[in-house]
Design a binder for this molecule. Structure first.
Ligand SMILES: Cc1cc2nc3c(=O)[nH]c(=O)nc-3n(C[C@H](O)[C@H](O)[C@H](O)COP(=O)(O)O)c2cc1C
Ligand code: SF4
Length: 422
């Protein structure tokens, strides 16, 4: 059985408290780093571990750390992305609510490695318990000397504070997050330059997902080789998968990257609810193209899912059974993306609204045959042509559902009702 790493403390009483964390060996990695390693050595260890970002894009963490300029005269920042707004994704919230010190220890080690003395938590405003847990954990870490001036007598200092967002999905995108932290309207910035060179207040900034940072203390404690031995050669380490939809046990499951999708659904999530037939799976959150039942043996790793024309994304698996209307799924997803479009660029602002209107017409029996072609044209013209990746995110589920379930769209046009409900 796989030994849980990131969620190992979740079942303990008061798992969120600093005492529980310390009792399980917490903050030992920080002591080790401050005593034994130079910042460059920490970067080398994280690079050798193969850790890839868990926020969706899977960029190698060590490489990102190495991009931050070394000049001590240049001020740098670290931001913890706790915005988590992708439908189907709920792992970061669990990490913050159940074991926040694991993330804080990761933040301190990352800040030491890149030479930052100021770090910020950006958290979705609706996560009331998460905000409370972050604040309490940070206070306790200050009280024990893990944060603040001259941490554990090492001469390294770091301040960490919490910033609440107002619940806009786009503020999870790293440059929009930075704009929002600066007190402006959360809209993406043009990239390049990337935040690693020009970020918060124009200074180099490391933005990381909560789960990515939670891995860091374990890599230090147990070594890069141990970490790289988990998962696949290109997707190393443990991963928290969130499973929702028509399965018996919905929730989070920590497993090694590369675990087959079938095992997650039929073993860990208990199989299909009411023993219905599986129809489609969204493997990595609302923005990732769907898979069909013949693809269940696919390993859940960055490279294998890319090879299958989809993405690991945040590892949020949404399972749909035979009674699911795919036009309805497309409409619901588009309602989310149309609502969350920040409005900055026309293809996304107008494209999502137009696609939503077409999907509403199709679903409610008002659609015409040419609407399907129109939907496809808008989605394909949005891909790659919007200011930020949110345009692709909105187009992906539409294009994949049209590719896999076009007959259902045609049925809606022809019979003015749903093939599934018929
Ligand atoms: C529209 C959009 C929304 C995003 N939302 C989040 C989010 O809520 N949390 C997150 O960690 N990353 C999110 N990302 C990814 C971030 O931009 C960034 O890549 C990530 O925080 C980097 O951390 P990582 O390297 O640890 O994955 C989003 C990206 C896009 C395009
Ligand atoms: S793609 Fe959408 S979310 Fe991104 S900048 Fe354009 S309007 Fe805003």
């Amino acid at each position: 059985m796989f030994e849980r790493v990131l969620t190992r403390n979740f079942g303990l009483p008061r798992s969120e408290s600093i005492d529980t964390y310390l009792a399980s060996g917490g903050y030992e990695a920080l002591r080790k780093v401050l005593r034994e390693y130079t910042p460059q050595q920490v970067i080398d260890i994280v690079t050798a571990s193969g850790l890839r970002g868990r926020g969706g894009a899977g960029f190698p963490a060590g490489r990102k750390w190495a991009f931050i300029p070394k000049d001590p005269q240049i001020e740098k920042y670290v931001c913890v992305n706790t915005d988590e707004g992708e439908p189907g994704t709920f792992k970061d919230r669990e990490l913050v609510e159940k074991d926040p010190h694991q993330v804080i220890e990761g933040v301190i080690i990352a800040s030491y490695a890149v030479g930052a003395h100021r770090a910020f938590v950006y958290i979705r405003g609706e996560f009331f318990l998460g905000v409370k847990r972050w604040i309490k954990a940070i206070d306790d870490a200050y009280a024990k000397g893990f944060l603040g001036k001259n941490i554990l007598g090492s001469g390294f200092s770091l301040d960490l504070s919490v910033h609440r967002g107002a619940g806009a999905y786009i503020c999870g995108e790293e440059t929009a997050l930075i704009e929002s932290l600066e007190g402006k309207r959360g809209q993406p910035r043009k990239k390049p330059p990337y935040p690693a060179s020009v970020g918060l207040w124009g200074k180099p900034t490391l933005v990381h997902n909560v789960e990515t940072l939670a891995n860091v203390p374990h890599i230090i404690n147990r070594g890069a080789e141990w970490y790289a031995s988990i998962g696949t050669p290109k997707s190393t380490g443990p991963k928290i998968f969130c499973v929702s939809g028509h399965v018996k046990n919905r929730g989070i499951f920590e497993l090694p990257l590369g675990v087959p999708l079938r095992e997650i659904i039929y073993e860990h999530a208990g199989g299909m609810a009411f023993d219905k037939k599986l129809k489609a799976v969204i493997p990595g959150g609302a923005s990732t193209p769907m898979l069909t039942p013949d693809q269940l043996d696919i390993p859940m790793a960055f490279e294998t899912l890319e090879g299958a024309g989809t993405m690991l994304g945040t590892g949020a698996i949404i399972v749909m059974n035979e009674d699911t209307c795919m036009v309805d799924v497309a409409r619901r997803l588009m309602r989310f993306f149309a609502h969350e479009s920040c409005g900055h660029c026309t293809p996304c602002r107008t494209g999502t609204q137009r696609m939503l209107a077409l999907l509403e017409d199709l679903e409610h029996g008002r659609g015409k045959a040419e609407d399907i072609a129109c939907l496809e044209e808008i989605a394909s013209k949005m891909r790659g042509l919007t200011f930020c990746p949110m345009g692709d995110a909105a187009a992906n589920p539409i294009l994949s559902s049209l590719k896999l379930f076009r007959d259902e769209y045609e049925y809606h046009v022809k019979y003015k009702r749903c093939a599934v409900a018929a």
